[in-house]
Design a protein around this ligand. Structure first.
Ligand SMILES: NC(=O)c1ccc[n+]([C@@H]2O[C@H](COP(=O)([O-])OP(=O)(O)OC[C@H]3O[C@@H](n4cnc5c(N)ncnc54)[C@H](O)[C@@H]3O)[C@@H](O)[C@H]2O)c1
Ligand SMILES: [Zn+2]
Length: 363
């Protein structure tokens, strides 16, 4: 499946296909970019897929400089970006060259930031290898490194020239990392497309079993939904906020537990459960709408209840949300499957009540 992202002169294609990595050389040639490339990846992903990617590029006539960065969030640091700039310079990359990100969202965010800043911007190609990166992080041009005081604080919008999603790469993910990415897929269905949500409900078991044709279809569908939001709001003015569904509470849960207890998708699943209950509590959604969201999250291996949640710590983290405007944190709520509404002025007591209900066996 090919999903076009229409952004005028910054338009690009998202290719979703098992084995897509094998077509990289030809697709890059078709873009007419220069002969030099830098392949940014972490050690684990480089060992799994680096050779295939580099060989394909070289066979198509490209020079490849591998740049290995730390795994996970440790890659999104200024000193790592600096090492990348040094490597690009040493290999003689210029503005016609291409930086390729092979890996999860962390590698993509860092490599995108490097591509956005090196010589004021070089070509950038995303080769996402986690579910989260395929359906979310690789699309939309948000690049970032972390600041000691907050994640993703330093960055730029820099759209890729091409996104190549190979669902077969997700077969080597741990069960936990795999399910984590499915939270974004469920999120897309809930707030953007009831038909897609029903499709994921129907295919949940095959999806969790990593059936490749189903993975390809579901990942492709999710890319299409994210792309449509990016097309309508490239620089996150308003509509793109819809993608924060489950994330106001989810991010706060991650922050309040020091980013160690939950992987991102687990925190988002709990965030969705809490925000679904918030919509119910405010009289916007039915009990069945809440139950369907929780059933699907559980069916794809994600939690909807958690013991020992420190409600006050999570509430404090919500108040520090960087999306807050004049002290008010907007919540994206789902009045029904396939729809959303931005709600301001949610009281601390309502948030407390739904966080309390996350504790196992209650609510
Ligand atoms: N730019 C955006 O719009 C955007 C959106 C969402 C998230 N993000 C960012 O994405 C990051 C999270 O991304 P993530 O969830 O992909 O995690 P990640 O990038 O931290 O990768 C997680 C781990 O998976 C391993 N891995 C990657 N692909 C693998 C594969 N195919 N097989 C085996 N192991 C593999 C990596 O080595 C790493 O250890 C965060 O930094 C977040 O801020 C960015
Ligand atoms: Zn997310």
């Amino acid at each position: 499946m090919i999903v076009d992202v229409n952004l005028g002169s910054r338009s690009y294609a998202i290719v979703v296909e098992s084995g897509a990595l094998g077509s990289l050389g030809a697709r890059l040639r078709a873009l007419g970019v220069g002969a030099r490339t830098a392949l940014v990846s972490d050690g684990a992903v480089m060992r799994l897929y680096g050779k295939t990617v580099a060989a394909g590029l070289e066979a198509a006539g490209f020079a490849v400089t591998p740049v290995e960065v730390p795994e996970g969030e440790a890659a999104k640091r200024l000193d790592v970006a600096e090492l990348c700039w040094d490597a690009l310079l040493a290999a003689g990359l210029d503005r016609s060259s291409t930086v390729l990100a092979l890996g999860g969202g962390a590698v993509g965010d860092l490599a995108g930031f490097v591509a956005a800043t090196y010589m004021r911007g070089t070509n950038f190609v995303q080769l996402p290898t986690t579910v989260l990166a395929q359906v979310d992080a690789s699309i939309g041009g948000k690049t970032a490194i972390d600041h000691p005081r907050a994640k993703n604080l330093i960055g730029a919008f820099h759209q890729p020239r091409l996104v190549l999603c190979d669902p077969a790469t997700t077969l080597t993910l741990s069960r936990r990392e795999f399910s984590s990415g499915l939270a974004e897929i469920v999120k897309h269905g809930i707030v953007l497309d009831a038909e897609y949500f029903a499709e994921v409900e129907r295919d949940a078991a095959a999806l969790l079993g990593r059936d490749l044709p189903v993975l390809e279809r579901v990942i492709g569908g999710s890319c299409r939904l994210k792309a449509s939001v990016v097309e309508r709001d490239e620089h996150e003015a308003e509509l793109r906020a819809v993608l924060n569904y489950g994330h106001t509470v989810g991010h706060a849960l991650e922050a309040a537990t020091g980013y160690t207890r939950f992987v991102h998708g687990e925190a988002v699943a709990l965030g969705i459960a809490a925000e679904a209950r918030l919509a119910r509590r405010l009289g916007l959604a039915s009990e069945e709408t809440v139950a369907r969201q929780e059933r699907l999250l559980e069916a794809v291996g994600l939690p909807v209840r958690a013991d020992a949640v420190d409600v006050e710590a999570v509430l404090a983290a919500i108040a520090r949300d960087k999306k807050a405007r004049d002290g008010r944190v907007p919540f994206v709520l789902a009045p029904r499957i396939g729809a959303f509404r931005l709600v301001y002025d949610v009281s601390a007591d309502d948030i407390r009540a739904v966080l309390g209900a996350l504790r196992a066996g209650r609510g």
